[in-house]
Design a protein around this ligand. Structure first.
Ligand SMILES: NC(=O)c1ccc[n+]([C@@H]2O[C@H](COP(=O)([O-])OP(=O)(O)OC[C@H]3O[C@@H](n4cnc5c(N)ncnc54)[C@H](O)[C@@H]3O)[C@@H](O)[C@H]2O)c1
Ligand SMILES: CCCCC[C@H](O)CC\C=C/C=C/C=C/[C@@H](O)[C@@H](O)CCCC(=O)O
Length: 262
């Protein structure tokens, strides 16, 4: 489905999974705002995308998603001002840092919550807007309870709980915004190499061989497959509150929950 005239904002869009999502969106003719803390990587990403797709279809906005004021004014408001609307938000920026675990909560969970609320301000009918869709990026770590990354795992559980609750709120409140969550297994991106580093893993770095054995067991996905999953969440109007998993063994599939009994 072509997304001609639609506008997307992707946090952590300069490399890895976010970058693959940006490219998939641009191939579908969407305009994209790449929001990332890394200035050099963002500048390089913008030059490459302009060369491939022509200028004017993407913008790079340098922004740390943990800075709430910058996220509101520099990322969301500037995107809406620049492109005239906002239809798709992908809260993807994430880090793996068990040493500075409070930062991990800030980037992986608090910023996803802020990004969702800002997305609603720009897209929800409750603010007089036209509707849209939000994807929050979690991880299979939320299902596998990775012993190498307890706080990372906790944030990814949180992203699923928050997203499912907000998806229900969107229905109850008639927001006109579909809100879904994506849980990839291991993906070949720079983040994956951070498991070698004490600076990232803290005391859990001593488990790095066990982490690598788990990776070998489950395999490593390519970012383009994760972007395919995101495009499905964006284009399938039936999906709200869905928990999409992407693994080597099962590909793109959905988690199912038992219905609540009284
Ligand atoms: N790579 C994996 O195996 C894997 C698996 C499951 C889920 N994920 C999740 O996917 C998402 C993307 O991960 P990735 O593997 O592409 O990582 P990555 O490190 O390759 O890319 C992350 C991007 O986010 C940016 N970023 C980091 N902190 C930021 C901040 N404070 N503000 C703005 N931008 C910031 C980085 O500069 C980078 O460009 C993360 O939420 C991650 O937890 C990754
Ligand atoms: C350094 C940080 C990199 C991030 C790491 C990921 O976020 C963590 C991914 C963790 C576990 C992945 C497990 C994958 C398992 C599957 O291949 C599969 O066998 C599980 C099947 C369960 C299901 O799909 O229902």
């Amino acid at each position: 489905m072509a997304l001609m005239g639609r506008v997307a904002l992707v946090t952590g869009g300069a490399q890895g999974i976010g970058r693959a999502a940006v490219e998939a969106l641009m191939r579908s003719a969407a305009k994209v705002s790449v929001v990332d803390v890394n200035q050099d990587c963002g500048d390089a990403c913008k030059s490459e995308l302009d060369a491939e797709f022509g200028g004017g279809s993407c913008a790079f906005i340098q922004c740390d998603v943990t800075d709430g004021d910058a996220l509101r004014a520099d990322a969301f408001q500037k995107t809406a001002d620049m492109f005239g609307r906002l239809d798709i938000v992908i809260n993807n920026a994430g880090i793996n840092n068990e040493k500075n675990w409070e930062k991990t909560i800030g980037v992986n969970l608090t910023s996803v919550i802020k990004g969702t609320y800002l997305g609603l301000e720009h897209m929800s009918r409750e603010y007089g807007k036209q509707g849209g869709t939000i994807i929050n990026v979690s991880s299979m770590a939320a299902f596998m309870h990775s012993p190498h990354q307890p706080v990372y795992t906790a944030t990814k559980h949180g992203v699923i709980g928050f997203t499912r609750a907000m998806a229900d709120a969107s229905v109850l409140g008639n927001y006109g915004v579909r809100i879904n969550v994506l849980c990839p297994a291991f993906v070949d991106t720079p983040l994956l190499h951070s498991v070698e580093e004490e600076d990232n893993m803290g005391k859990f770095v001593k488990f790095k061989e066990d982490f690598k054995r788990t990776m070998d067991k489950f395999g490593v996905l390519q970012p383009s497959l994760i972007a395919d999953g995101m495009m499905r969440l964006i284009t399938d109007a039936a999906l709200n509150g869905a928990v999409m998993k992407i693994t080597c063994s099962k590909g793109i599939h959905f988690h199912t929950y038992e219905p609540m009994s009284a």
